[in-house]
Design a protein around this ligand. Structure first.
Ligand SMILES: Nc1ncnc2c1ncn2[C@@H]1O[C@H](COP(=O)(O)OP(=O)(O)OP(=O)(O)O)[C@@H](O)[C@H]1O
Ligand SMILES: [Mg+2]
Length: 405
């Protein structure tokens, strides 16, 4: 899988064991160039970053790859929640009816300018019976489905596909970054009871709402940790490199009582370190620059959730992840602005991943592995059902095994 981020490009090569366990055997990551806020802005630079990450992962795995799962998470990615209805073709609902209803939903949303990334069936209705998870095999006439469809601009998809193709790779599937991060960081209970996952990256902050175990909404704020760094560089008259270092070492979004006494050395643009200490500034100056930007991010998220009518569904719980979530004070500001219970989320453990690539910045990368795993297992299951229908009783047993073991 390939996570093309605004700060880094990460490539993980993994094998799925027969026991259903993911084993990573190739890791490559690289500072990214030519990518801003989830969009490719310089295809040659972007290619160079992708090739370097893929090459490192291939070398480590001792293997070459052809197909990759790639994330998508720039502005222009939009959630649509729609309801579709159709008449059941036979006496009972078949796989074919489910395919038809999904295709119907897809064609009502897809345009020449937008491609569909995901189409999640949230829940089905059959005549007057609501909240059916899987209506196959049930008798009825009118089948209704609530679908969550996520689209992205076709041009954005094509630019990423071309960039990856120029690196001699084929995009097997796209996955929305925040959804992937949710798969990596959330507990099943959180996904069931309602939770808002916020992935704070370098160029974008992406949001995914889950409830009833389903992804119901995604959105994007085109501001990330990189904007905090440039605010600092501007506000302190220092270089981006120094601003980034100061941010990660001393930065905080909330004030502490020792801030006014604590002094930090800020190398000024075009000057060396002042020998007389003239570059020393109180740490509180940094908080004053960082806090408004962080508040702005969470205020934008709050208003997006409100406008989409997702605030209630999203529950009382928020999980913050992504590289920029590691900034001191992030949780406090999120708690205050969103008025919810906030925790910091790290991705679940994966076999073969070193500590350095298992932190919050790698949530969406690790979530993509989880997604690929679920797709693979689900496809085997669906394909076998489609091509060789199982006797109904056996199907029930399989379902029971799946749910209980
Ligand atoms: N310890 C830390 N404290 C504060 N900020 C940090 C820390 N570590 C990383 N960051 C910030 O995290 C950001 C990068 O996060 P991440 O790696 O998740 O981004 P990305 O996936 O490359 O970008 P995007 O998802 O926006 O396309 C940078 O802005 C960096 O400054
Ligand atoms: Mg990211």
């Amino acid at each position: 899988m390939l996570d093309i981020g605004s700060t880094k490009v990460a490539c993980f090569i993994a094998k799925l064991g027969s026991d259903g366990v993911i084993n990573v055997n190739g890791i490559g990551h690289q500072l990214s160039k030519g990518i801003r806020s989830g969009h490719i802005i310089d295809i040659v630079e972007a290619e160079t970053s992708v090739v370097a990450a893929v090459h490192a992962a291939e070398q480590m795995a001792g293997d070459t790859i052809e197909d990759v799962v790639v994330n998508i998470g720039g502005s222009g990615v939009v959630s649509h929640n729609i309801t579709v209805e159709l008449t059941v073709s036979g006496d009972t609902v078949s796989d074919r009816d489910l395919e038809d209803i999904i295709n119907e939903g897809r064609s009502s949303i897809e345009t020449d300018d937008d491609d569909i990334i995901h189409c999640f069936p949230v829940n089905y209705r059959l005549d007057d019976v609501k909240n059916i998870q899987d209506p196959r095999g049930m008798m009825g006439q009118k089948l209704g489905a609530d679908l969550h469809i996520i689209t992205a601009p076709s041009t954005m998809i094509r630019n990423i596909t071309n960039c990856v193709a120029n690196c001699h790779l084929n995009v097997a599937e796209f996955i929305v970054s925040s959804y992937a991060s949710g798969l990596a960081c959330l507990e099943p209970d959180e996904m069931n009871l309602g939770v808002t996952l916020i992935d704070m990256g370098g160029g974008v902050t992406t949001v995914a709402v889950f409830c009833g175990g389903k992804n119901l909404f995604t959105d994007i704020v085109p501001i990330g940790g990189g904007h905090v760094t440039s605010d600092l560089a501007r506000g302190l008259s220092t270089s981006m490199i120094h601003a980034e270092r100061l941010k990660t070492l001393h930065g905080s979004a909330v004030a502490t009582s020792s801030d006014d006494q604590a002094m930090i050395d800020v190398p000024q643009l075009g000057e060396e370190y002042g020998e007389d200490g003239s570059n020393l500034m109180p740490r509180s100056i940094m908080v004053g620059i960082i806090r408004p930007r962080v508040e702005e991010i969470f205020e934008m998220i709050r208003s997006k959730l409100e406008v989409a009518g997702m605030d209630e569904i999203a529950g009382r719980r928020v999980v913050l992840t992504g590289g920029a979530s590691q900034l001191l004070g992030m949780r406090e500001i999120a708690t205050r602005v969103l008025g919810k219970q906030v925790r910091l989320g790290r991705p679940h453990m994966v076999n073969g991943l070193a500590e350095a690539v298992s932190g919050a910045a790698f949530s969406s990368a690790i979530g993509m592995l989880e997604y690929a795993k679920r797709r693979t297992l689900e496809e085997i299951h669906l394909d076998s059902l489609r091509h060789k229908p199982l006797p109904f009783a056996l199907k029930n047993v399989l379902q029971w095994v799946k749910e209980n073991f």
